[in-house]
Design a protein around this ligand. Structure first.
Ligand code: NAI
Length: 481
């Protein structure tokens, strides 16, 4: 029997693999998409972005009800009930609906075949597919895309393997709300989970080895968020060294040293290990190809091609930055490239991200220190939401918008916004930075009133006004000097 010949074999059905497979098949390429789980969506849908946002949504609504009196609303006195099972059921419904939708959309494309099973590469153009419900099949492919994502790092600490030490994936599936939780690592996962569970009433200790939370984020914005984290009642220890974890009845004791060297013990029902994720390259058979990888990810060039010509990789598996939307942007660019179109691959300097903290933190482009390290003459402008109409109305005026721009080219380089609603607001920032618009254009965009978006225009007008004042000052200086 003839062996199946594919144009493209896509390994992994997450936000990297699925859009690439669909875009290629939509143009008539014969594509096989193989996912080792039981649905399309990857870590983002089943264990990451979406389930955590479902909990975040419930947590924010709970906080809103608690602050009802501020808005002239009287809610019955007493504790507001949390039906954890109902939250989990809502989560399952949304996840199932999204997975089904993704599969239906994929199955509508005639030249795309979706399979659930494992793939092992047998050579540069040959792979074995072992479906969950069928016989193994060998296929030949012209190109392959490795989009197998990432897995949580284990905690290399004594007691890190105790059953109470869990990953974010396990925490999102937890059967009841823990009374006490120790979170190790204050990256996006640690911060989001700490704030969500603290909002639900869990006593949270957040231990971070570094000098501040969210190391890759703009420092001033991250430090401003630390104030919110502490105000929420979370015990945040920076510069903490976790010494060991030991069993304590049904729970655990976490011994750590604080930045000053003093030793402490925190008791908890669970410990969340949120110390980063590593590329998922296990059992792919990469040794049968020239694909190289290390602990940071599969090695690729600027066009996402591995060291094995014709085999590409996209998303978390190629390393930082690890974001679902970044994986999709890479995947779509890669699909365009394989279809022979001139393609601009995504660049970190124009990426955007949202930390779903409380309040949200929206990020687009460079941090202030990245801009200063680059070849830019850097200007920074800030906007305080205490003076903002919409922020006052919504009761979330404690926020900061920071715009980083090039004083010579006038291009907006970075936007960092810490305010409730930043998740939507940052879309405008992403567009501004991706299209390289000057601050003068942002200043003249007509933003509706009263919206948070007005802050973008207001801060840009401040920049324009202060630049004009500086020019006037220089002229006066020359005339009088
Ligand atoms: P991360 O690598 O971003 O942060 C891990 C943190 O743990 C670091 O601050 C590190 O200093 C700290 N750490 C490491 N070992 C430690 C130890 N022994 N004791 C104390 N602290 C320790 O990883 P994270 O938060 O697990 O996220 C994984 C990936 O997922 C990231 O690349 C992130 O960008 C992505 N993600 C993005 C989200 C978003 O965009 N909203 C949400 C969640 C995750």
């Amino acid at each position: 029997m003839d062996m199946t010949k594919l144009d493209v074999l896509v390994i992994g059905g997450g936000p990297g693999g699925t859009p690439a497979a669909m875009a290629l098949a939509a143009e008539g390429r014969r594509v096989r998409l193989v996912e080792k789980g039981t649905g399309l969506g990857g870590t983002c849908l089943f264990e990451g972005c979406i389930p955590s946002k479902i909990l975040h949504e419930s947590a924010r609504r709970l906080l809103a009800i608690r602050s009802a009196a501020e808005f002239g609303l009287r809610v019955p006195a007493g504790e507001i009930g949390i039906d954890w099972n109902a939250i989990m059921e809502r989560k399952a419904t949304i996840l199932n609906r999204r997975a089904e939708g993704a599969l239906q959309r994929a199955r509508r494309i005639p030249s795309l075949s979706v399979q659930f099973g494992n793939v092992t590469l047998l050579g540069p153009h040959l792979a074995r597919i072992i479906p969950h419900d069928g016989k193994p099949e060998d296929v030949e492919f012209s190109n392959a895309i490795i989009a197998t994502g990432s897995v949580p790092n284990l905690l290399p600490i004594t007691g890190g393997d105790l059953p109470q030490v869990i990953t974010s994936e396990q925490l999102l599936e937890i059967e009841h709300l823990p009374k006490h939780l120790v979170v190790i690592g204050a990256g996006p996962i640690g911060v989001e989970m700490a704030q969500i569970f603290a909002a639900f009433g869990t006593a949270v200790t957040l231990l971070e080895a570094g000098p501040r939370i969210l190391a890759p984020v703009d420092e001033e914005s991250a430090i401003a968020l630390q104030t919110h984290v502490r105000r929420q009642g979370i015990v945040l220890e920076l510069g903490a060294q976790v010494l060991r974890i030991s069993g304590d009845g049904n729970g655990v004791r976490v011994e750590y040293r604080d930045a000053a060297g003093a030793q402490h013990t925190a008791s908890a029902e669970y410990v969340l290990a949120a110390t980063g994720r590593s590329p998922n390259v296990g059992s792919l058979g990469l040794e049968h190809t020239a694909v190289h990888f290390d602990r940071h990810g599969v090695k690729v060039d600027g066009k996402l091609e591995t060291d094995e010509p014709g085999i590409y990789a996209a998303g978390d598996v190629v390393g930082q930055p690890m974001f679902a939307h970044w994986a999709t942007a890479q995947a779509l660019a890669l699909a365009g490239h394989l279809l022979g179109r001139p393609t601009r691959f995504p660049e970190p300097a124009t990426n955007s991200a949202v930390i779903f903290s409380i309040p949200e933190l929206g990020i687009a482009g460079l941090t202030e220190s990245e801009a200063r390290r680059g070849r830019h003459t850097v200007g920074v402008a800030r906007y305080d939401y205490h003076t903002d109409a919409r922020a006052q109305v919504s009761g979330h005026a404690d926020g900061l918008l920071k715009v980083i721009y090039d004083t010579t080219t006038r291009a907006v380089l970075g936007i960092h916004v810490l305010v409730e609603g930043a998740a939507s607001l940052i879309g405008e920032g992403a567009l501004a930075i991706r299209s390289g618009i000057p601050v003068e254009v942002l200043a003249t965009a007509i933003h509706s009133h009263p919206t948070l978006n007005e802050s973008m225009g207001a801060v840009a007008r401040e920049i324009v006004a202060s630049s004009r004042a500086a020019i006037r000052g220089a002229r006066t200086h020359r005339a009088t000097g």
